[in-house]
Design a protein around this ligand. Structure first.
Ligand code: INI
Length: 192
C-alpha cells in the first residue's frame, strides 16, 4: 500500500482561484494579503497578470459558494480559496449567512472534486476578526497552506488512481493487468 500527502514544494504547475467577499473588507483584504504571502513564499506567482492565481471579488460571503462552484467546475484550478468575514451583529443575519456559506462551500467541493478551502472567518466581534487577520496571526496564511497541500495531494491522487487497485498489479505483466482490469476507464480528469 502507499502513503499520499500533499507537498509545499514544486508549486510552479499549481493554479489557484481566490474568491473574496468585499463585505468587511477591512478584514478580507488582510486575509488576501496573508494568503498571498503564503503562496508567494512557496514559489507561487501571485501576480494577477501571471498564470497561477486569479482573483474574483463578490459582494459578501453569501455569494462566495456559487462563484466557487463555477470556478471549480471549470477544472482550471488545483484549489479554490474562499475568503470572507462574517461578524455577528444584533440580528439573526449572521446565522443565516454563516450556515449557508459553510454548506455551500462544502457542496462546491463535493460536487466538483476540487478542493474548495473554507477561509471564512466567523466571529462575534470585529476585534476578534482583526486578530485573526493580521493583528495576532493571519489565517489567510493557513488557508494558503491548505490550498497548497490539497492542490498537490489531489494532483498526486489523480495521476495515481486512474487504475483500480487489484492487489500488487505493479508486478503483473501489462497483458495480465489489462485482462484483470477489464474495460475500466478512469474518471479522473487530468489538469492541463
Ligand atoms: N456578508 C459578509 O461577508 N459578512 C457579514 O458579516 C455579513 N453580514 O453580517 O451581513 C454579510 N452580509 C452580506 C451577505 O453576504 C450578502 O452579500 C447579502 O446578503 C446579499 O446577498
Amino acid at each position: 500500500m502507499a502513503v499520499f500527502e500533499g507537498t509545499f514544494i514544486q508549486t510552479e504547475p499549481l493554479r489557484f482561484a481566490l474568491v473574496i467577499g468585499r463585505f468587511n473588507d477591512l478584514v478580507t483584504n488582510k486575509l488576501v494579503e496573508g494568503c498571498q504571502d503564503c503562496l508567494k513564499r512557496h514559489g507561487v506567482d501571485t501576480n494577477p497578470q501571471g498564470t497561477q492565481v486569479d482573483y474574483i471579488y463578490v459582494p459578501g460571503s453569501f455569494e462566495v459558494p456559487v462563484v466557487a462552484r463555477q470556478l471549480a467546475l471549470s477544472h482550471r484550478y488545483d484549489a479554490v480559496i474562499c475568503l470572507g468575514a462574517v461578524i455577528r451583529g444584533q440580528t439573526p443575519h449572521f446565522d443565516y449567512v454563516s450556515s449557508e456559506v459553510a454548506k455551500g462551500i462544502a457542496a462546491a467541493a463535493f460536487q466538483t472534486g476540487v478542493p474548495v478551502i473554507f477561509g471564512i472567518l466567523t466571529t462575534d466581534t470585529m476585534q476578534q476578526a482583526l486578530e485573526r487577520a493580521g493583528i495576532k496571526s493571519n489565517h489567510g496564511w493557513d488557508y494558503g497552506m491548505s490550498a497548497l497541500e490539497m492542490g498537490s495531494l489531489m494532483r498526486q491522487l489523480r495521476s495515481t488512481l486512474t487504475e483500480p487497485y487489484i492487489g500488487n498489479s505493479q508486478s503483473l505483466p501489462v497483458s495480465l493487468k489489462s485482462a484483470s482490469i477489464g474495460s475500466f476507464s478512469g474518471e479522473a480528469q487530468e489538469m492541463s
